[in-house]
Design a protein around this ligand. Structure first.
Ligand code: ADP
Ligand code: MG
Length: 486
């Protein structure tokens, strides 16, 4: 993230308004030299706007409500705050982060781990539903400094007394709007009630629905507010609207993909059924598409996200709920398969593309009946939308088009954090004995039981063979090719 655009600031506190812009350095914060060096190593050379606005307040001990769009660096903001306060020699849970879903809890855990690298022996446990209780209980018995989890599972542990929160000094409500959407208000109340009253509470949200004020009144003490209002740099996101008949809607997605040929596209549907239908249409047209919806098993969800993030899948089809908060870099295009009734959601959807120094496309398919919704979007963004016709795409579609193929393929290695496999081990195995170039290897994601490595499509079979025949970390491993047919 170099050179973030200056945002529009609207802060309830005068203090935050003095945050320097743009690209202020982390050095002006009271962080340890080791923490600063680690930030440099991670490539975090300057604070993002929300970090610049919120970190001084949080490090000074204030409760905080922070609102900023997805991908703006909110996780590191609260992670640095809770890590700064942590006493490693005290074997008790000192920080608790509540997240709406397991994926988000995993992402947050990963980011905290990265930021905690400069300190030895910080123990973090992720506690989410869908995983077995027993291993979680035994991990907790060994002690943890930080717990990240979903409200339901945290309550399960509180009820069994396998988790104690009486030493918590930082409580974070991440994606608070989403937790409210999911009906977690009572659960949050229960968890907050189990934390000491004199804790610091930090609330993060992408939007500001009425429930947030209620949460804040009940659980925050004289909170400072930092809001970075949406300002999508119009020049970075090129938005185009297409008018469609209802029966053209799904096939229009393929036309857009063949015409613009984005490597990674997030296609938003308004309903789960529409997701399923679109997935079927795209696959029948030969696209490498995956869907993210509530009916997937956890492992399948992980695999879908990994393959999309590492460029092994061209299109991810999702509902707003399924896609919220996910941190996916390098998204060339967003397609609004349907127009959402809520203009704020539209702004969030298209904000997924064209991040930082990349350009992105945002396409929207609107039927005649949806023109009122489009008008609301125009009002919300303060300018008229740009209309194009499907005919322009079909003209190009008449030529024989090469199928859109993702550049990478994903190999799944059976063995992950449990086996102490690290990304470097896998990269080493591929570039060492197997003889591949570093540039042919993409993202490596280590989960608890599996490691997923993206390799260039052209070397995938050979890489599979060589990894299966060789060793990772001195051990033989089982490897599969993920075919993305989910
Ligand atoms: P949010 O929670 O606001 O949606 P995230 O915390 O997931 O956003 O951050 C989005 C991405 O930006 C992450 O990949 C993170 O590693 C990266 N990031 C965060 N802060 C910085 C920074 N100061 N410089 C560079 N990258 C950053
Ligand atoms: Mg977040």
């Amino acid at each position: 993230m170099n050179n973030p655009q200056p945002p529009i600031f609207k802060t309830a506190s005068e203090t935050a308004a003095s945050a320097p812009l743009p690209g202020p350095s982390f050095r002006q914060l009271p962080l340890s030299p080791a923490a600063l060096a680690n930030l440099q190593q991670l490539g975090y050379h300057q604070m993002t706007p929300i970090q610049a606005a919120s970190l001084p307040l949080m490090l000074a001990g204030h409760d905080l409500i922070a609102q900023a769009k997805t991908g703006s660096g909110k996780t590191a903001a609260f992670a640095l705050t809770l890590l700064t306060k942590l006493n490693v020699r005290r074997f008790a849970v000192q920080a608790l982060v509540l997240c709406p879903t397991r994926e988000l809890a995993d992402q947050v855990s990963q980011e905290i781990r990265r930021l905690a690298r400069s300190e030895d022996n910080i123990k973090l446990i992720t506690l989410c539903g869908g995983a077995m209780m027993r291993p979680q209980i035994s991990s907790l018995e060994h002690g943890a400094h930080i717990v990240v989890g979903t409200p339901g599972r945290i309550i399960d542990h509180l009820e069994r007394a396998s988790l104690k929160l009486d030493a918590v000094n930082t409580l974070v409500l991440d994606e608070a709007d989403r937790m409210l959407d999911m009906g977690f208000f009572e659960d949050i109340a229960l968890v907050a009630g189990a934390c000491p009253k004199d804790r610091q509470t930090l609330l993060f949200s992408a939007t500001y629905p009425e429930g947030i004020a209620r949460l804040s009144r009940q659980f925050l003490r004289q909170p400072q507010e930092v809001k970075l209002l949406e300002q999508h740099q119009g020049n970075k996101i090129r938005q185009r609207f297409y008018e469609v008949q209802e029966d053209q809607r799904l096939s229009a997605v393929g036309l857009l993909l063949n015409h613009y040929r984005p490597v990674s596209t997030l296609a938003f549907c308004n309903t789960k059924q529409q997701c399923r239908d679109l997935l079927a249409v795209l696959r029948s047209q030969g696209f490498h598409a995956l869907a993210l919806h509530g009916d997937l098993e956890q492992k399948e969800r992980d695999q879908v996200l990994v393959q999309f993030a590492n460029r092994s899948c061209s299109v991810l089809v999702a509902t707003d709920v399924a896609a919220r908060g996910l941190d996916i870099a390098q998204l060339e295009a967003v397609i609004n398969v349907d127009i959402t009734p809520d203009p704020e959601i539209h702004v969030h959807r298209i904000g997924r593309t064209g991040r930082v120094d990349q350009e992105g496309w945002a396409f929207s398919l609107a039927s005649a009946k949806q023109m009122r919704r489009v008008a609301e979007i125009e009002r919300a963004q303060g300018r008229a939308v740009e209309w194009h016709s499907l005919g322009e795409l079909q003209a190009a579609g008449d030529l024989p088009v090469k199928p859109l193929v993702p550049p990478m393929l994903t190999l799944q290695i059976l063995g992950g954090r449990r086996e102490k496999i690290r990304a470097g081990d896998v990269l080493g195995a591929l570039t060492g004995d197997a003889g591949f170039g570093k540039a042919q290897v993409g993202k490596i994601a280590v989960t608890e039981f599996s490691t997923y490595v993206a390799v260039e499509r052209s070397i995938a079979r050979e890489a599979l063979k060589k990894l299966s025949a060789g060793t990772v970390k001195g051990r033989r491993v089982k490897v599969h090719l993920l075919q993305g047919r989910r």
